[in-house]
Design a protein around this ligand. Structure first.
Ligand SMILES: O=P(O)(O)OC[C@H]1O[C@H](O)[C@H](O)[C@@H](O)[C@@H]1O
Length: 349
């Protein structure tokens, strides 16, 4: 591709660049891998579903929960903690996702779930989660290792999607998976190009500002979270977000007192043409109300037809935008030094 990355100097960008470029391949590979998942769990005993995971691994679960909002017959909760809710029991399916298989919150929650008699499935590339599944004899899906967890979203999300598909909990199939793949291929052409690159333009305008991201609370909620997490982990910049309609009942008032921050905030509105009609109206009013109070305002729409493609179209834009934002400040998007430091300090205690 013709992208001139000469504005990047000493940072090691190749790894994340390759991972982004190869994401459509990852999607295809994860589809193939997920087709062969064989489970021993007894679906007829399941009455509720609890995902446990942290960070990028929890995001895959969140995407599925939001995606299934209207089509899964059972309640779903995504738990990002050591402790599981009181209702988890023998009629619960607990799916534990940990890319590394080493995350202590996830492993602790899974141990409690097993003690409660829940049926458990693990999704992991290895680590203690894989050892635990093998020794305690519960189902697990082994995904490839060798990348940072947030770059493995295809490998994390698709096994979950296929498991739900086996159970009959999703209402889109092969066509949506293929549409998402084709859309990602097309978009990658543009998002990795030197000229006329939406992600690079957006990152340029977001430089040195605090991005605030608003969206509808349904399928866009985890997409909104992905934007924030990618800004935080890849671009090493704070980012903040909220969803509608809730923010129109409280947070909107908070804009009254930020005149001194004008020029420091960028507003990103994530919109989907299937957002609730009243939410669309609320969003337009919010936009009108805060206009002029931000350094820049960006309305970003989903692309594609299926829910899956629409969700992933804006995830792909988030991933590339955060990559370029890192580049523009000469930052390596891959390492997360503060998280590593935090974990090593925790290990000493
Ligand atoms: O998916 P796991 O290996 O359990 O990791 C969960 C999270 O752990 C760390 O804090 C990483 O820096 C995050 O990027 C990751 O998403």
């Amino acid at each position: 591709m013709g992208l001139d990355l000469s504005f990047i100097h000493s940072v090691d960008t190749q790894n994340m660049w390759d991972l982004l470029l190869n994401f459509p391949d990852q999607w295809k590979d994860a589809m193939n891998l997920s087709e062969d998942i064989e489970l021993t769990v007894d679906q007829s005993a399941v009455r509720n579903i609890c995902f446990v995971g942290m960070g990028g691994s929890a995001l895959g679960a969140d995407l599925l929960r939001a995606y299934c909002y209207h089509c899964c017959p059972y309640p779903i909760q995504v738990v990002r903690h050591y402790e599981i809710p009181g209702w988890v029991g023998e009629d619960t399916l607990v799916i534990g996702c940990s890319f590394s298989g080493k995350t202590e919150e996830t492993l602790t929650a899974l141990t409690s779930a097993r003690e409660r008699g829940a049926q458990v499935i693990g999704i992991t590339s290895g680590g203690n989660l894989m050892l635990k599944a093998a020794s305690e004899n519960f189902d697990y899906v082994k995904i490839p290792s060798g990348m940072t967890p947030r770059a493995a979203l295809g490998y994390i999300f698709l096994p979950l999607f296929y498991i739900f598909r086996q159970f009959g909990f999703v209402d889109e199939g092969e066509e949506a998976l293929e549409e998402t793949y084709q859309l990602m291929l097309q978009e990658n052409e543009q998002l990795s190009n030197r000229d006329d690159n939406e992600a690079l333009d957006l990152a340029t305008q977001l430089q040195d500002t605090l991005p605030i991201i608003y969206s509808d609370a349904t399928i866009m909620e985890p997409v909104n979270l992905r934007w924030r997490e990618q800004f935080q982990e890849s671009a090493k910049t704070l980012a903040y977000g909220n969803t509608l309609p809730e923010m129109t009942h409280n947070e909107i008032v908070g804009w009254d007192r930020i005149a001194h921050l004008t020029g420091r905030l960028s507003l990103i509105l994530l919109v989907d043409n299937k957002d609730h009609e009243r939410v669309k109206k609320r969003m337009a009013i919010v936009e009108e109300m805060v206009e002029g109070q931000t350094a820049s305002l960006h309305v970003l729409g989903t692309r594609g037809e299926s829910r899956l493609a629409r969700m992933f179209s804006l995830i792909q834009l988030a991933d590339w935008t955060s990559f370029y934002l890192a580049m523009l400040s000469n930052t390596d998007p891959t390492p997360v030094t503060k998280i590593d430091l935090l974990k090593s300090k925790l290990a000493e205690t």
